[in-house]
Design a protein around this ligand. Structure first.
Ligand SMILES: *[C@@H]1O[C@H](CO)[C@@H](O)[C@H](O)[C@H]1NC(C)=O
Ligand SMILES: *[C@@H]1O[C@H](CO)[C@@H](O)[C@H](O)[C@H]1NC(C)=O
Ligand SMILES: *[C@@H]1O[C@H](CO)[C@@H](O)[C@H](O)[C@H]1NC(C)=O
Ligand SMILES: *[C@@H]1O[C@H](CO)[C@@H](O)[C@H](O)[C@H]1NC(C)=O
Ligand SMILES: *[C@@H]1O[C@H](CO)[C@@H](O)[C@H](O)[C@H]1NC(C)=O
Length: 397
């Protein structure tokens, strides 16, 4: 009893096994065939083998068709391996050849070879059919970046275009790393748009175009965003002493580097760079120095000014000395003039008075010579007093 049971179980198991084997054989021959592309990514001008896989048993006959429908009009060839017989169909082309294992080889691929191919394999047991899609890849052409705006200014719109063919994927990089996220790429990634470009977008851009069979990387494109001049300043000493050097430097933030021009008051100076040097400065060089900074791309030309004073050697002390000196000088001249006036003008008056008066006095005062004598002695003294006042008033005038 026990043994029978065991036998029964075994026979059931055996039947199941046989069924599985039969099924798998049937599936392999009927529905289990496939086509493998060798190489996986066929390239134009090269060859490809559409290799039939999963065939069990001897192939009695096989046929290849262009397209997915099995139609005599689409037939490339029909082959009976055992007879070495190949019948060309309407779609036959000389670059197509067959192998006894059912495979189709196409050499010298052209882009129009791309498409569906269908094979029918007949073995002793059954026939099976499979359709495969053949892609034909072309290598990507070298990628080149071009722009719509060769001299972009800040906040302007800039597009960079990656020109390439046959690419399936395009990736951009900036300074060797992937792009910052705010930038806009077209659906195919060919165009990179900066709707409002900023100075921080300045950098080296590359595009990498690739497909399954090749990859090219463009030369770097240097995007330079122009701006400024801004943040102008003039540095240098604003108070210099006579005989020393006036040395000013003008600076500004600007791309491209700006040109510089200097003015003193309203006069344009010959200096054309950021540094200005005037040696042996005199008071003539004092004034309002203006630096005009021009950006040739943005056409912006701001200016800034400083006032430079040139002091005489000892500055304040010397000035004070000059003022004092001139006051003293004036006083001195007054004194000298007074003395000279007294000496010449009055002494002449005094002499003539003596000559004119003396006789009358002498004659009138002859009777009292004693009285006249003191008067005569006072005469010169009085004479000195009067002219002195005259001199003063004359100087006042
Ligand atoms: C394929 O061959 C043709 C003709 O020889 C040639 O002009 C073409 O450049 C080749 N293409 C590739 C991708 O090699
Ligand atoms: C069929 O034959 C070709 C040519 O010998 C070979 O490249 C291919 O791998 C074969 N296919 C199979 C499935 O063996
Ligand atoms: C476009 O670029 C992004 C990254 O910036 C990448 O993830 C995506 O695969 C690219 N698409 C194509 C079609 O190249
Ligand atoms: C510039 O102007 C200032 C007064 O505004 C004047 O003192 C100075 O002498 C002037 N400098 C020149 C070189 O004209
Ligand atoms: C210098 O001149 C500019 C005009 O050229 C004027 O705007 C500025 O006020 C002047 N600066 C001084 C310190 O005189």
């Amino acid at each position: 009893m026990v043994r029978q049971k065991v036998t029964g179980a075994r026979s059931l198991y055996m039947r199941g096994y046989l069924l599985t084997v039969c099924l798998s054989v049937w599936m392999d021959s009927a529905h289990g065939i496939g086509v493998q592309l060798i190489p996986q990514y066929p390239v134009v001008n090269q060859s490809v083998t559409l290799s039939v896989t999963g065939v069990t048993g001897t192939i009695r006959q096989f046929a290849w068709y262009k397209g997915s429908s099995v139609d005599t009009n689409n037939q490339i060839f029909n082959v009976i391996p055992s007879l070495n017989s190949v019948t060309h169909g309407r779609q036959y082309f000389s670059r197509a050849s067959q192998f006894p294992n059912g495979s189709l080889q196409i050499s010298g691929l052209v882009p129009t070879d791309q498409g569906s191919y269908t094979v029918i394999i007949q073995t002793a047991e059954t026939s099976a059919r499979h359709t495969v899609l053949l892609p034909v890849y072309e290598p990507v052409t070298s990628s080149v970046i071009s722009t719509n705006n060769k001299e972009p200014q800040e906040n302007g719109k800039v597009t960079l275009t990656c020109s390439t063919n046959n690419a399936e994927k395009i990736l951009w990089s900036k300074n060797g790393v992937s792009l910052p996220p705010r930038l806009i790429l077209s659906a195919d990634n060919k165009t990179l748009t900066f709707s409002s470009v900023s100075r921080s977008d300045t950098g080296q851009y590359r595009c990498e175009a690739s497909n399954a069979v090749s990859k090219t990387i463009s030369d770097p494109y240097t995007l330079t965003v122009n701006y400024g001049p801004e943040s102008l300043s003039i540095t240098g000493r604003l108070q210099v002493t006579s005989g020393s050097t006036i040395s000013l430097e003008c600076s500004a933030d600007s791309v491209p580097a700006p040109t510089y021009q200097w003015k003193l008051n309203w006069t344009v100076l010959e200096f054309q760079n950021s540094k200005l040097n005037i040696q042996q400065a005199t008071s003539e060089n004092a004034g309002n120095y203006t630096c005009i900074v021009t950006n040739s791309v943005t056409k912006i030309s701001p200016e800034t000014s400083v006032y430079v004073t040139v002091n005489d050697n000892d500055s304040a002390g010397f000035t004070a000395a000059i003022i004092c000196g001139s006051i003293l000088g004036t006083v001195f001249i007054i004194c000298i003039t007074g003395l000279l006036y007294k000496k010449y003008v009055l002494s002449q008056k005094g002499q003539s008075g003596d000559i004119g008066e003396d006789p009358s006095r002498v004659y009138e005062n002859i009777p009292n010579t004693a009285k006249a004598h003191p008067a005569k002695e006072e005469g010169p003294y009085m004479g000195l007093q009067y002219p002195s006042q005259d001199t003063y008033s004359e100087l006042k005038k």
